[in-house]
Design a binder for this molecule. Structure first.
Ligand code: IMP
Ligand code: MG
Length: 179
């Protein structure tokens, strides 16, 4: 797996520090509130697992599964809910936990969907942000690290289902995409 890596873009150590800072901010901002963290599967689960342990206030956790890319590196623009979340959002503060905001299509759709369920607020926390690729206007209230317009893997992010288990965020060698 390591042989497929072109370069490390964000190291495990940098990611750890980013997650700590976000956890601290979220703990302060939502002090005394009913907060539900909703992780976006599959990519968001690694970040979710780390982030929730940096949050020092009580939170409920849920997951939603959406389809994104198949085996391509570009978004189809079609957002499909594969598994909905279980918890009731009525009068709760919702924080969507996502690995990466790229075109913004997924989060725009999820935000609109959750807003129909009577929450007190819906905000977004993303580990990585690729603002240069945005197709719809959407901003994460909590964002970790900005990345350039390159396809990245690791820390939950995949290419064709693989490389999610890399602890760093990396780019892949060209031949990996073309083989
Ligand atoms: P969006 O709807 O285009 O903002 O992105 C949806 C999802 O596509 C992200 O949350 C990622 O899971 C995935 N994605 C976008 N860009 C990349 C990438 O560079 N590597 C791996 N997954 C990506
Ligand atoms: Mg994702």
């Amino acid at each position: 797996m390591r042989a497929d890596i072109e370069k490390i873009l964000v190291s495990q150590k940098e990611i750890g520090e980013m997650v700590k800072q976000l956890g601290k901010r979220i703990s302060e901002d939502y002090q005394g509130q009913d907060l539900i963290l909703v992780g976006v599967l599959k990519g968001g689960f690694v970040f979710m697992a780390d982030l929730m342990r940096e949050i020092t206030i009580p939170v409920d956790i849920d997951m939603i599964a959406v389809s994104s890319y198949g085996a391509s590196t570009r978004s189809s623009g079609v957002v499909r809910i594969i598994k909905d979340m279980d918890l009731d959002l009525t009068d709760k503060h919702v924080l969507i936990v996502e690995d990466l905001v790229d075109t913004g299509l997924t989060l725009k759709h999820l935000k609109e969907l959750f807003n129909t369920r009577g929450p007190k607020s819906v905000k977004i926390c993303t580990a990585f942000d690729k603002p240069s690729r945005r197709k719809v206007s959407i901003e994460a209230e909590y964002k970790g690290i900005e990345v350039p317009d390159e396809f990245i893997v690791g820390y939950g992010l995949d290419f064709a289902g693989k490389y999610r288990n890399l602890p760093d965020v990396c780019t892949l060698k060209k031949e990996v995409y073309t083989k």
